[in-house]
Design a protein around this ligand. Structure first.
Ligand SMILES: Cc1cc2nc3c(=O)[nH]c(=O)nc-3n(C[C@H](O)[C@H](O)[C@H](O)COP(=O)(O)OP(=O)(O)OC[C@H]3O[C@@H](n4cnc5c(N)ncnc54)[C@H](O)[C@@H]3O)c2cc1C
Length: 453
């Protein structure tokens, strides 16, 4: 860019509109969890979000399934992630397989596959077919928004929606708050600890913390209504060869998707389409995000026309909505005090400072600590991991668990008068356990234990 291509912004004093112990930026799964956890641990917390609702990609991105919270033998992510599942379930906005259907004697049978596979609650990591049914929860996006808001309000978090993060306030090498853009102009929000839960590392990058540039498939998620799912499933199992051929044609139109291009939702007759998978779009660039919206809608419109004409159960189908947030899975990734690798995830490596876990992978506290800036924590899909490792460890429950641990860490640092880098990790682990979560510090029989400090 040359000088004539740019304009200068006038410098102006920015009013401080809020001061609290902890400032969490980003009201997605990790941010909600962090703010609630901090407030429940006795410190004042402010939560900043650009959109008018909470939930991030889980709600605005219309993600359907809370997964990666169950391994071969147990529910591995509990704590606040399980709390949100139960809150949505109580409202009738979340569906999960009961324990009887997850029993090892039946969970990998054809009957269970037929009953549960169109809910997306199966273990796609196994190579055996049918994939076994596991604990995972298919939920409604509006249910996630409501449950998040309830948790935030009940915990007494100071919520500031409609506020776009703009820059980090750094004083003497410490994060001391953030500046946001609003309809009222720029506003400053001060705090003694800042938690970056933007998913794109906006806060840490602005504070000059090092990061890696990641990228992955992008999706414009949509929901289709007016679907007779019983008829569609009768066709799938009654005429498998014709189904397979039509499914192949549908997938050619989509140009990239997982095994199933539609899944059931808690709302009858409405299905969820986690497709298309599109490559070559940068989730940090306005032009690419705009292009992805146009291309995704074009492909899905063509798919719906094909499905209405050809696929039993879809004759009267119509679009309910496209997700208000573009489905960006990976952008900037923190290059923190420890960088989690694909091998760490695959080999189920435990760390002495594991503070949370996903399916059967573990997050060291160091992977939430940026280099070169104090009093800043990072929680969520932009945590310190290689791009390959993040692809395997970015699901909603582990991101919530990371937020839960970050909220505890912030509160404990402030309580004991140390920086977040100096906080006693064993105390975070103890409190995670007290909150019903598994910090992942006790290795299972089949796990490797990292020796590195
Ligand atoms: C298409 C798609 C399908 C997926 N499917 C699944 C699935 O089936 N199951 C599963 O568990 N996971 C799934 N995931 C992954 C999962 O949704 C994300 O990894 C998870 O939501 C990450 O949570 P987060 O809180 O770290 O980030 P996000 O969900 O991205 O939340 C970040 C929050 O920060 C806010 N924010 C960002 N920038 C700013 C700013 N500048 N100012 C203010 N606020 C800001 C955002 O608005 C958002 O609320 C999917 C993801 C995608 C894209």
């Amino acid at each position: 860019m040359t000088l004539s291509d740019s304009v200068r912004r006038p410098e102006a004093a920015v009013p401080v509109v809020s001061t609290s112990d902890v400032v969490v930026v980003g009201g997605g799964p990790a941010g909600v969890s962090a703010a609630v956890s901090a407030a429940r641990n006795g410190v004042s917390a402010t939560l900043v979000e650009r959109y008018p609702y909470l939930g991030g990609l889980a709600s605005g991105g219309m993600v359907l399934v809370l997964d990666d919270m169950h391994n071969d033998t147990e529910i591995s992510v509990r704590g606040q992630a399980m709390e949100i599942v139960e809150r949505m379930h109580a409202k009738g906005l979340c569906v999960y397989p009961p324990e009887a259907d997850r029993d090892p004697a039946v969970r990998a049978t054809e009957d269970m596959w037929r009953k549960w596979s169109r809910w997306g609650v199966f273990d796609f990591h196994t190579h055996t077919k049918p994939h076994p049914v596991i604990f995972a929860a298919a939920f409604d996006p509006e249910g996630f928004k409501q449950a998040s808001l309830d948790m935030v309000r009940e915990a007494g978090v100071n919520l500031r929606l409609h506020s776009w993060f703009q820059s980090t306030i750094v004083e003497d090498g410490r994060a001391a708050g953030v500046i946001v853009e609003t309809k009222e102009g720029p506003q400053a929000i001060r705090g003694s600890v800042v938690i970056d839960a933007t998913g794109d590392l906006d806060v840490a990058a602005s504070a000059s913390a090092p990061f890696a540039e990641g990228a992955y498939i992008v999706t414009t998620v949509s929901r289709i209504g007016g679907v007779d799912t019983d008829e569609a499933e009768r066709f799938q199992y009654g005429e498998p060869e014709r189904f397979a051929e039509l499914d192949r044609q549908a997938k050619r139109i989509i140009g990239g998707c997982w095994q199933y291009w539609w899944l059931k939702t808690p709302l009858p007759g409405i299905v969820w389409c986690n497709c298309p998978h599109m490559v070559g779009f940068d989730g940090m660039k306005v032009g690419d995000l705009t292009g992805a919206e146009i291309e995704g809608r074009r492909r899905m419109k063509a798919l719906l026309e094909f499905a209405r004409e050809n696929i039993p159960g879809f004759a009267r189908a119509y679009f309910v909505d496209f997700a208000p947030q573009t489905g960006v899975r990976q952008t900037r990734l923190l290059d923190g005090d420890y960088v989690v690798t694909k091998r760490d995830v695959m080999d189920r490596v435990h760390f002495h400072d594991s503070v949370c876990r996903g399916r059967d992978y573990y997050t060291p506290y160091r992977a939430m600590l940026p280099k070169g800036v104090e009093q800043l924590l990072v929680a969520g899909r932009h945590y310190s991991a290689t791009p390959q490792a993040q692809k395997l460890s970015r699901e909603i429950p582990p991101c919530m668990a990371m937020g839960e641990a970050a909220g505890i860490a912030a509160a404990q640092a402030l309580d004991s008068g140390v920086t977040v880098r100096e906080v006693d990790v064993r105390a975070i682990q103890r409190q995670m356990r007290a909150q019903g979560a598994d910090p992942g510090d006790r290795p299972a029989a089949n796990a490797l234990v990292a020796e590195a400090a």
